[in-house]
Write a protein that binds this ligand. Structure first.
Ligand SMILES: Nc1nc2c(ncn2[C@@H]2O[C@H](COP(=O)(O)OP(=O)(O)OP(=O)(O)O)[C@@H](O)[C@H]2O)c(=O)[nH]1
Ligand SMILES: [Mg+2]
Length: 394
């Protein structure tokens, strides 16, 4: 007897659907956000300056995703005319102040900029420099983490309370209708969320069922966005991997943002490197016996956002494409072109590792490593895909 087909519950991911996800740079004013934005995007946008609230309107730029696999594929398919790496979109956002959730500083405008991104790079100042004004008077990263965390939570509590009132109105109608039943369930969840936020926790760090995630996604909460904590150290501390605040920062993150990553880096070092040629930057890093933190900052954010890559390789182009984990073959084809999704026939799939080993498409085919996959195939990270679509056309 053939095995029973398992009915899998589709796991709903926290956050917006889609592949073009954005990471926003968040933090107190004057902590180095715009300087970091310029270094990571290598673009002149943003307005780094030594006074708080130098940035008002958000700026957006794309960051090339560092990818050893992509570089290797470009080498193997060397006759390709064009090489297109994957990108991550990064936003430089205005500095936050204490009381922003109640309208202080740029207040709600600032928070609406955070609402439009999918994840947060939180820049935390850990460097001492009397020349650079600290809006709170002194360097105290845990206090700064508390301020940002509190503002985001307060805004979420306000949002959740509004959502609760809305659900309550419908639930009050009474009766046994499906809508009333759903709204009652929604109310229970929202009350749970409000309690969680009041206890200092973020929504993203809690585990939720797919049904709960669907409701949470409709609420657009700020603390439902994944966060990476970027600890801005002086060059010296970054190179020697030591700073007196790091342990307390780790304790705070473990308690209030459990599971989230802390990446120490040095904005001033990255800024210096960004003005050098790749060769000079490499030389400088060798001399300092250190590495740039930017590749890790980019790749870990992609992981946080559940973004993976597939590749298309041929004589015309090697390209790395971004999809969300769990995407099926036709939808992955749709990232290239809608027509490819609508007229999808099949996907011919090779694995990156096999291409690295055999270095030749026909050898891979001969080894039986060219796989034919249909519309239910869930694309895996590192797949090299050749889509067949339309009336048997490629
Ligand atoms: N010493 C030192 N100064 C830094 C570092 N990072 C940034 N700065 C300086 O700090 C000042 C503020 O930097 P910005 O990048 O404008 O800070 P921001 O967080 O974007 O500020 P707002 O947009 O006003 O919120 C600038 O004068 C930078 O040169 C650092 O790592 N070390
Ligand atoms: Mg700025």
């Amino acid at each position: 007897m053939p095995p029973k087909k398992q009915v899998e519950e589709k796991k709903v991911l926290l956050g917006r659907p889609g592949n073009n996800l954005k990471a926003g740079i968040v933090g107190l004013a004057n902590v180095g956000k715009s300087t970091f934005f310029q270094a990571i995007t290598r673009c002149p946008l943003g307005n780094p300056a030594n006074y708080p609230f130098a940035t008002i309107d958000p700026e957006e730029a794309r960051v090339t995703v560092p990818s050893p696999r992509f570089d290797k594929l470009c080498e193997i398919y060397k006759k390709t005319a064009s090489e297109v790496p994957a990108h991550l979109t990064v936003y430089d956002i205005a500095g936050l102040t204490k009381g922003a959730s109640a309208g202080e500083g740029l207040g709600n405008a600032f928070l609406s900029h955070i609402r439009s991104v999918d994840s947060i790079y939180q820049v935390v100042r850990c460097f001492d420099d009397a020349e650079i004004i600290h809006v709170e008077g002194d360097v105290d990263p845990v206090r700064d983490l508390e301020i940002i965390n509190q503002e985001l939570r307060l805004k979420d509590i306000e949002f959740a309370q509004k959502a609760l009132e809305g659900a309550e109105k419908i639930a009050k109608r009474g009766g046994q209708s499906l809508e009333v039943k759903q709204k009652k369930e929604e109310m229970d969840l929202i009350i749970k969320i409000i309690d969680l936020l009041k206890s200092g926790q973020r929504v993203a760090n809690h585990s939720w069922t797919s049904k709960e995630v669907e409701i949470i996604n409709s609420m657009f909460l700020l603390t439902a966005k994944p966060c990476i904590y970027l600890i801005n150290l002086s060059e010296r501390d970054y190179i020697r991997k030591k700073n007196k605040h790091l342990l307390r920062i780790k304790e705070w993150v473990d308690k209030y943002s459990p599971g989230d990553l802390i990446i120490p880096f040095s904005v001033s070092l990255e800024e210096r490197l960004s003005h050098m040629s790749p060769e000079d930057a490499e030389e400088e890093l060798k001399k300092l016996q250190t590495i740039s933190a930017l590749p890790k900052i980019i790749t870990t954010m992609r992981q946080k956002l559940d973004l993976i890559s597939f590749f298309t390789c041929g004589p015309d182009e090697v390209r790395e494409w971004t999809i969300r984990r769990g995407t099926k073959a036709p939808q992955a084809a749709g990232v290239i072109h809608n027509d490819l999704m609508n007229t999808f026939i099949l996907a011919q799939v090779m694995k990156c590792e096999d291409v690295f080993e055999y270095k030749d498409d026909s050898a891979i085919k001969a080894a039986g490593k060219l796989l034919q996959k249909g519309k239910d195939y869930v694309v895996e990270d590192g797949d090299i895909i050749y889509f067949r679509a339309g009336a048997g056309k490629n």
